[in-house]
Design a protein around this ligand. Structure first.
Ligand code: 5GP
Length: 192
């Protein structure tokens, strides 16, 4: 097991409905040394890519993205959840369905902060069905930028997102891939 898998095995809690709770170290209380290790690992895996910007989505991607960005020395832009009423022509918009909250949000990024000159690394905490990533990819495409890679902390490999994104040809690096989990026993099974 790698450092993140070990932490999930120790502190993750399996909930009903295929939800893994990691809020003691990843998306409520945040272990910054762990995020730093994640940044180091993403920097190694994307070493060949010329990345000048990191893109994530609020809220739980932001903390990870900021610490990861220190390893690339680039700025972070996060897609904001927005009410459609406020949307003017100055933003890129994508619709994202939340896996955890089961609602749809429009997310926006200002046209000022993403352009055709950007070579983007997308970062997020979880990959489940891939809706969040599809939204972020769409925003980079609207800007005419390039998605150089996608870095995920925890991929739930038994949901469709990972395969869908890899089939599209993106370099998707997930630091932990969960292939199964059991809410009754609390067991989490990782992909080798
Ligand atoms: P997707 O869009 O890939 O279906 O879901 C990704 C988003 O849903 C992530 O940004 C994350 O916030 C949330 N998410 C999906 N699965 C889980 C889970 O098992 N646990 C937690 N804590 N969040 C999840």
């Amino acid at each position: 097991m790698n450092f993140l898998e070990e932490r999930i095995a120790r502190d993750g809690v399996v909930k009903e409905g295929n939800v893994l709770k990691v809020d003691s170290f990843l998306n409520h209380q945040m272990d910054i040394n762990l995020f730093d290790q994640m940044g180091e690992e993403f920097a190694r895996r994307f070493a060949k890519k010329n990345i000048n910007k990191i893109l994530t989505i609020e809220a739980s991607g932001i903390g990870i993205a900021c610490v990861v960005a220190r390893h690339f020395n680039v700025p972070v832009v996060f897609a904001k959840k927005a009410k459609s009423i406020n949307i003017d022509g100055e933003v890129y918009v994508a619709e994202v369905e939340s896996f955890t909250h089961k609602n749809k949000n429009q997310v926006i990024v200002s046209k000022s902060f993403l352009t055709e000159n950007d070579h983007v690394l997308i970062i997020d905490d979880f990959l489940a069905n891939g809706c969040a990533l599809q939204g972020l990819i769409s925003i980079v495409n609207q800007a005419g930028g390039t998605v150089e890679g996608i870095g995920i902390a925890i991929e739930k490999g038994f949901q469709v997102g990972g395969q869908m994104i890899r089939n599209l040809g993106y370099q998707l690096e997930s630091l932990a891939i969960v292939d199964g989990m059991d809410a009754a026993t609390g067991e989490v099974r990782f992909r080798n």
